[in-house]
Design a protein. Structure first.
Length: 82
């Protein structure tokens, strides 16, 4: 498990999450969307697969078929969910 900051521009907030670095980006992304919607008490309509996770430092989109570890995600990393 690694602790990362997730910035979500649509709500202009940053969240701290513990995520499994061996999990695929697509699975983590769906989980994050669900948890953020629960926290913000918002309903989500649409395809969660349309979201992407980006590395805020490098400005690269994380490939959905790779693990977080393969994408170089480590504790303290700042990501953006758009």
């Amino acid at each position: 498990m690694v602790l990362v900051d997730i910035f979500v521009p649509s709500v202009n907030r940053t969240y701290d999450f513990n995520v499994d670095e061996t999990a695929q980006v697509s699975m983590v992304q769906e989980e994050l969307c669900s948890m953020i919607c629960q926290k913000e008490q918002c309903g989500f309509f649409g395809d969660m697969k349309a979201f992407v996770l980006c590395d805020l430092q490098t400005r690269h989109i994380l490939p959905k078929d790779k693990s977080l570890q393969e994408c170089g995600v480590y504790t303290g990393k700042r990501l953006m969910l758009v």
